[in-house]
Design a protein around this ligand. Sequence first.
Ligand code: FAD
Ligand code: NAD
Length: 479
Amino acid sequence: MSDKYDVIVIGAGPAGYHAAIRCAQLGMSTACIDKSLNEDGDPVLGGTCLNWGCIPSKALLDISHKFAEAQHGLPDVGVKTGKVSIDVARMMEKKTEVVKKLTGGIPQLFKGNGVTSLPGTGKLLAARQVEYTPHEGKAKVLQAEHVIIAAGSVPVDIPPAPVDGKHIVDSTGALSFDSVPKRLGVIGAGIIGLELGSVWNRLGSEVVLLEALDEFLPMADERIGKDAMKIFQKQGLDIRLGCRVTGAEVKNRKVQVAYKDKDGEQTLEFDKLIVAVGRRPYTEGLLSPDSGVNLDERGYLYVNDLCATDAPNVYAVGDVVRGPMLAHKGMEEGIMVAERIAGQKPLVNYETVPSVIYTHPEVAWVGQTEQQLKASGEAYNVGTFPFSVNGRALAANDTDGMVKILADADSDRILGVHVLGPQASELIAQAVIAMEFDASAEDLGLTMFAHPTLSEAVHEAALGVAGHAIHMVNRKKKK
Ligand code: FAD
Ligand code: NAD
């Protein structure tokens, strides 16, 4: 192991490993320190996303969706199945296989690109020195020309519901239940609450989500949020808004939850309780007092638009800095920083970061919501198109939801795209590309889409902005 590197990256989650690989591709000697261990106690790369986040949750979402389809969807279209049951142990095994396949690929990518992997803990000292403590053995001080911090985030705890890892769990625990809980409580009806609540609801749990706010999904477009809530309630999710949890106690292997809502004090009993009230930046033991890196008022590492910290040649990317806690946002920041260190001038376009909730139907959006445009006073036009009249959605028996496009009233530039529907996570990519190239709704309307596809709903919504949608009667009629 060398003591000097062009770049040392702390953290090998999506933000850190993208940064490290790109630095090495650009010819810099690069080391990446990561302290994560897998369930067997072995060092593992990929951070939250690959091990305890995006990937395992999507494996469970896809498997539980297949289960729900086999139970309810297939008989509805004439496919006869026998009695459908779930083998939770096999489902978890499959999830682990997917995680291992992906996490096992990163060491190969590091090797192939020449990134030195250093399993253990990194701490930033003054003047771009990094103290590296391997899992076994003595600490050593390494020197770098540039340091990129990508230490990620951890779940937020709340005092009334302390996580015990058995009955009261965070998202990591909720990805590994060994059986389907009969009654499942979730504190927080945000992204994790909805995704993991859906997994266990599909497999047979009675799920109650206790959300502090009076509004459901306030970050989504209001109309989409309202429609989504109705659909999720129909699927069996009991979503209760305006609930302040005051206590959670484990008694006789059940969790008693006390909360207050508009009607006063309430209690509920669950077999398991998931606490999913947000995540916070992880900075424990990361910085020495003289590192020169500062935190902002919310505990994130302070960075400018280019992800530079207050310390010269020290950058920070991903969940540990401001902005949405999304894997793809961190990946783009990691690549931008690597290329800037190499003298190139890329930027991250924070206006086109897509968000997706992987329920069914999925919820996906990019850009501004209608309520944001109203609040800013910007004049806009709206085009919507429901999946209920889209040929492919009908053929697939998957017709819930709609596409909604918001465009500037003068320039017709697309300002926001919101999709509630099947494969919204894939459909939103077309909107991101269009917005990245500053497209107008007319540009999208003039583009040819294959028939029959779900994408045609995007096309029709774009045509609808000017009142030209073909497969629905337009409210506003324009020439
Ligand atoms: P992380 O992935 O958290 O990685 C940070 C790494 O740094 C970790 O391995 C950590 O051990 C290591 N580290 C920290 N400090 C040190 C140190 N001092 N020394 C050495 N190593 C250190 N996002 C999406 O975009 N799509 C999704 O579908 C999605 N699903 C999710 C589902 C769940 C259940 C959860 C919890 C999150 C999900 N996310 C999703 C969010 C996503 O996982 C994060 O945004 C992403 O992992 C952040 O990447 P990161 O590289 O910044 O940090
Ligand atoms: P979140 O911010 O999406 O939702 C947390 C919810 O909990 C909010 O609705 C909030 O109002 C509520 N809440 C907060 N305190 C509460 C309390 N005391 N009682 C009841 N409700 C309370 O956070 P999350 O769902 O924990 O997810 C964390 C992060 O992980 C998110 O920021 C998200 O970006 C990321 N993530 C992304 C995906 C994805 O991209 N599909 C999936 C999972 C997680």
